[in-house]
Design a protein around this ligand. Sequence first.
Ligand code: NAI
Ligand code: MG
Length: 511
Amino acid sequence: MAQSGTTRNRVAEKTPASDLPQPVKVQQVRNTKIFINNEWHTSISGRTFPTLNPATGDTICEVQEADKEDVDKAVAAAKVAMQLGSAWRKMEPSRRGRLLHRLADLVERDRLLIATLESLDTGKPFLQAFFVDLEGSIRTLRYYAGWADKIHGKSVPVDETFMCITKHEPIGICGAIIPWNFPLLMLMWKIAPALCCGNTVVIKPAEQTPLTALHIGSLIKEAEFPPGVVNILPGFGPTAGAAFASHCGIDKVAFTGSTEVGQLIKESAAKSNLKRVTLELGGKNPCIVFADCDLQLAVEEIQKGAFYNQGQCCTAASRVFVQEKIYEEFVRRSIESAKKIVIGDPLDPQTTHGPQIDQQHFDKIMDLIESGKKEGAKLEYGGGYLGEKSLFIQPTIFSEVKDSMRIAVEEIFGPVLCIFRFKSQQEVIERANNSRYGLVSAVFTTSMDRALSVSGAMETGTVWINCYNALHVQTPFGGYKMSGNGRELGEYALAEYSEVKTVTFKMSETM
Ligand code: NAI
Ligand code: MG
């Protein structure tokens, strides 16, 4: 398993403390500018912005702030790189695969430094960044490196006077707008399939977390991708991000983030040039725990699902429906398990829980926790934060949550586990599906029949049976309903980065 919360724990727990990877001392961040045409640029406006360490509130460094004019410059570079006859257009597909493998080799070489930068910028525990984010990123690059020369069209039988073939061609210039919760991994989920299919890319990392994307810029150059194939523009959403969505030179935008911004992006895509759009948005993911399940397994998996990455996951296990008979025991064991979580300095190998990303997000989560208390949910554990002016929120467990409460409806994106009670299978299916979201769901049961029938009824893009966060680069990921459009990962993602061309030959002679 590449990208779940369990990987870090399994590998880290088996490794003697003295052999665990250690964060690198970062004296000065090297890559802080805008990356266009394999060169580093200052912003046209002359503006910079600080990126902060959420664990301390300190500024890590100032970064050049891209805006619309810088986006125009990057799109122009990406267009030249994509022109007929360019080095990238003429490149043999297997060589594109080779370049992706070379990039993966360089990410492996710099793994400690990249994991350290990711931990400093996001506040996520260093070991989690090292074992999960970096492992997932490397696997994504290698998986799509393998696809580069295996993207086949078809020959299509029509009437005998014609010969028809289909070819899968790159779409053109693909924009990638990246969130702050998995900055490196989400970047790889987008650029690896885009490059493998022969597109060029312009990337906007989240304003909170630009550093690992910028390091990748230096590796793109070192791997010797042709100039202009990959361009990276740190900047803000309403300026640089909005410029991607409305740009007539960008042919496709892939976005991961909030549902609200996803709607804005689709709207400007429609109003500008009808660019293709794939969206990976929020979730309010139901987990159904039947009385016949392996209870300890369910408690442990759901706990990781709820608190992993400080709850800042679109896949967060946020609505946990537990069957009456085992309800009290599930709550009791969940509290026991939450007590084992170690909150602290993200660079410390003992730490399993870091700070939230920023003050605004911290305030949103605390407001939702307060609403849970006010609306009558039972606070079983946590509910507070550590110290003054800190962004560390305690893992929080509410029981007796009712379907209409704000914590039951809104995406919290924080470390809050909400436990609901249910009686029958039919009732719980209806309640689980009663959401505008449809990203993932999970079912815990020892009955194969029940697992199959409930998974068939779930209105979600992924259903996990007796596991959680079991993401694999080989399998597609994406949402039903307002959780998104399209799929990332696996063979399915190739279709999101290709156009299909039909070529029809008229034959002058037939047999
Ligand atoms: P956001 O959707 O504003 O940010 C995600 C990315 O979109 C960032 O790169 C941002 O700069 C960019 N962006 C913002 N406004 C834009 C615009 N008008 N046009 C183009 N790009 C734009 O998310 P935010 O404000 O950081 O978090 C708010 C909520 O969104 C979270 O509480 C969570 O519920 C959800 N979220 C979901 C994520 C997921 O993995 N699906 C990731 C991040 C946030
Ligand atoms: Mg930051």
